[in-house]
Ligand binder design. Structure first.
Ligand code: ADP
Ligand code: MG
Length: 253
C-alpha cells in the first residue's frame, strides 16, 4: 500500500503548500500515481495545480460534510498521474460543522480508505492551525512531513505540534510516523539561516531531510501561474531542489 503523508505545521507561510504541490508534481512526473488532498480552506494547493475553483461543482467540503463520493469530486490536474481533491473557502465552515459529528476526527480517514490502493502517494496539505481539519489529516495519514522555515523563532510552536502528533498517536492513529522535517526558505548568506539549521537538526536528530530548500523566486512565482515550479521553469533552482527532495522521499540516494 502507498504512503499517505500529511504536510503539517500550524504556522502559516512555512511552505506547506509549496512542498505539497511540488513533491506531488515531481513524484507524478517520475511515474508514480499521486493524489493531492487539499484540506486548507484557502485552497492554495488547488489553484497551485492549475485548478479553477470557480468551475468546480464539488470540493472536499462536499465529501467531508455532504457525503459526496470522493471519486465524483477529485479532478485530474494537468500532470499525468496527479489527481487533486480540491478545496474552496466553503471548507472554512467545516471546522464548526464537524464539531457535532460522531467520530469527527476520522472522517477523512474513512473517505480515503477505499481509494488508498489506487495511489503510490497521497499528500494532504494542511491548514495553518491544529484544529479539526488538521486532526483529520493526521488521523488519515501514515506519516507527517513538517516544513520549518529557516527564520527567527523557527522552533516556536513546534512543541505544540509534536504534542498534537503524540495525542493523535495515542488516541486516533497509533501508526502515525514522523516522515521527516524539511528546512525551507534557507538563506545561506545569513548566520541566522545556518543557526536555525543546526538548532532544528539538534531538536529532530536524524529526522531532517538532507535536502534544504533555499529561497527561490521561481518557487514564489509559480503558484500565480497555476503551475508547479518544474512546469513553470524546469531549470530553476526551485525545481531542482524539490526533485532532490522527491528522490529522498522515495528513498533513492
Ligand atoms: P504555507 O502553505 O505553509 O502557508 P506556502 O507554501 O503558501 O506556505 O508559502 C508561503 C509563501 O512563500 C508563498 O507565497 C510561497 O510562494 C512562498 N515560498 C514558499 N517557499 C519558498 C521558497 N523556497 N522561496 C521563496 N518563496 C517561497
Ligand atoms: Mg498553505
Amino acid at each position: 500500500m502507498g504512503k499517505t503523508i500529511a504536510i503539517a505545521n500550524q504556522k502559516g507561510g512555512v511552505a506547506k503548500t509549496t512542498t505539497a504541490v511540488n513533491l506531488a508534481a515531481w513524484l507524478s512526473l517520475m511515474g508514480k500515481k499521486v493524489f493531492l488532498v487539499d484540506i486548507d480552506p484557502q485552497g492554495n494547493a488547488t489553484s497551485g495545480t492549475g485548478i479553477n475553483k470557480e468551475k468546480l461543482n464539488y470540493s472536499i467540503y462536499d465529501v467531508l460534510i455532504g457525503g459526496q463520493d470522493i471519486k465524483s469530486v477529485w479532478v485530474d490536474s494537468s500532470l499525468p498521474g496527479l489527481k487533486v481533491l480540491p478545496a474552496t473557502i466553503e471548507l472554512a465552515g467545516a471546522e464548526v460543522e464537524l464539531v457535532n459529528q460522531a467520530d469527527r476526527e476520522r472522517i477523512l480517514r474513512r473517505v480515503l480508505d477505499p481509494v488508498r490502493d489506487l495511489f503510490d502517494f497521497i499528500f494532504i496539505d494542511c491548514p495553518p492551525s491544529l484544529g479539526l481539519l488538521t486532526l483529520n489529516a493526521l488521523t488519515a495519514a501514515s506519516s507527517v512531513l513538517i516544513p520549518i522555515q529557516c527564520e527567527y523563532y523557527a522552533l516556536e510552536g513546534v512543541g505544540q505540534l509534536m504534542n498534537t502528533i503524540q495525542l493523535v498517536k495515542q488516541r486516533l492513529n497509533k501508526d502515525l510516523e514522523l516522515e521527516g522535517v524539511l528546512l525551507t526558505m534557507f538563506d545561506g548568506r545569513t548566520n541566522l539561516g545556518i543557526q536555525v539549521v543546526d538548532e532544528v537538526k539538534r531538536y529532530f536528530k536524524g529526522k531532517v531531510y538532507r535536502t534544504i530548500i533555499p529561497r527561490n523566486v521561481r518557487l514564489s512565482e509559480a503558484p500565480s501561474h497555476g503551475q508547479p515550479v518544474m512546469i513553470y521553469d524546469r531549470r530553476s533552482r526551485g525545481a531542482e531542489v524539490y526533485y532532490e527532495l522527491a528522490r529522498e522521499v522515495m528513498g533513492i540516494d
